[in-house]
Every structure is written in C-alpha cells, then in structure tokens.
Ligand binder design. Structure first.
Ligand SMILES: CC(=O)N[C@H](C=O)[C@@H](O)[C@H](O)[C@H](O)COP(=O)(O)O
Length: 228
C-alpha cells in the first residue's frame, strides 16, 4: 500500500524508527532474524522500521504494520546506499513505503543523479529519504524532491569527520534550513541522545546499532574490558 509523505511524516513524528540490519558475515544477518528484530522493535513501540535489501523489505512489510524504510546496500565504499535507480526500484517494488538512498552528490555507479532516482521512486509510488553528510547536501536533496532528509552519512564519507556520538549540529542546521522533515540518524547510542536530537529539531530518530546489533554491542564491552 502506498502511503503519502504526509501520512508517513505524521506516523513517525517525534518518534523512534529502528534500523534492523546486520553486516555481511554477521550471525544476525538472515531474513527471519531481521524480521524478528523488526517485530521486537514494533512490540517495543517503534514507529517505523529501516531495513536493507529487497528480500528483507518484503518480509518485514508482511510481518509488521509500520512504515518501512528500505534501502539496498551494494558494497561499502563510494555511493553504496541504494546507489542506482535499479536498486531503488527493486526496494520500492519489494514494498518499501520510503526508499533511503545516498544523496551526497558523489558520482553514482550508473552515472545518474539523485534527482533521477527521486523521480523514478515517486513514479513507482514510494517516497524518498535522502541520506546525507552535510547541510548543503540535505538542502539540495530536499530541493530535488526528497520527502525526508537523514543525517545517516555524517562521519562516513571523505571530509566528514566522525564524532563519537551523533551529529546533532547537522540535525539542527538541516532543521533550520529545509522544510523537509529531518531524521537524526547515526551513532545515537542512548535514549537521552535520541531525545536531544528531537530537541535540536529532528522530526524523527533512527537508531540501529544501539538496539539491534549484539555483535557490535558485545565488542564494545569486550574492548573496554581488555587489559593493556
Ligand atoms: C553509514 C551507514 O551505512 N549507515 C547504515 C544505513 O542504513 C546503517 O549501517 C546504520 O546502522 C544506520 O544508519 C543506523 O545508524 P546506527 O547503527 O549508528 O544507529
């Protein structure tokens, strides 16, 4: 079912979206496991779910009655979050209400533009979340028709320093500069940081690792306990 930008925005306003993903090789990577994580997030009160790959998008759509933000990661360097129109349409066809895609302005592997991707996804009846690293990228993406702008890529592209916590300065700057709903995403580790993001002007907050990544969370404890 297609949802309007206004209805998705209303559903997630001031609320939590849980990213249920696992990196290649991780024991949590597998559709049934990721669906279970999404169901747990829904049971805990999440307002939306963010998931990777068309197969997982379709399975989560069938299992959870919440807006689904889908993406398709291809590789882990350059433009890898839903890099081409082909990836974006596969995610939309799998049932994502919103397709998240890199909007950093770097060259895309199909030579297309973010604006092309937005047009194709809208024609397919889905919405677009622009994953950006900077204020300029977010403003441009909103001007190109993105329905949501997310700080996903702050700290993950060349020239964008990675903070230990979320980039709340970018959240605030985007919220002041664009009419598109701004999503705070990336390294939000505590409920307090999630609340702070809303106070800075975020429309909604995405949390992944701190909720759905036991391998990474275990490693944090193990690293701290390792004697020098
Ligand atoms: C940079 C990148 O590829 N981010 C990805 C985007 O979908 C995911 O790997 C993150 O887990 C997600 O953004 C949520 O962030 P965090 O796990 O820090 O709460």
């Amino acid at each position: 079912m297609t949802l309007s930008a206004a209805s998705v925005a209303a559903a997630v306003r001031g609320r939590l979206i849980v990213s249920c993903q696992a990196p290649p090789g991780d024991p949590m990577r597998g559709t049934p496991t990721l669906v279970a994580l999404a169901r747990a997030a829904a049971a805990g009160g999440a307002a939306g779910i963010r998931v990777n790959e068309p197969e997982v998008v379709a399975a989560v759509r069938a299992a959870v009655d919440l807006p689904v933000i889908g993406l398709w990661k291809d590789g882990d360097t350059g433009v890898y979050i839903t890099p081409t129109v082909r990836h974006a349409l596969a995610v939309a066809e799998a049932g994502a209400h919103v397709v998240a895609a890199d909007a950093t302005g770097r060259p895309r592997p199909d030579g297309g533009s973010f604006a092309d991707l937005v047009a194709a996804v809208h024609a397919a009846g889905a919405l677009v979340m622009a994953d950006v690293a900077t204020l300029e990228e977010g403003v441009r993406a909103a001007g190109q028709g993105a329905d949501f702008v997310s700080t996903t890529l702050s700290g993950y592209v060349p020239g964008s320093p990675r903070r230990s916590g979320p980039d709340l300065d970018l959240v605030a700057a985007l919220a002041a500069a664009t009419a598109a709903p701004v999503v705070a995403e990336g390294r939000i580790g505590t409920p307090e940081e999630a609340a702070a993001a809303l106070e800075k002007g975020a429309h909604s907050v995405v949390v992944g690792t701190a909720i759905t990544a036991p391998t990474a969370l275990t490693r944090r404890f193990v690293t701290r306990l390792t004697r020098p």
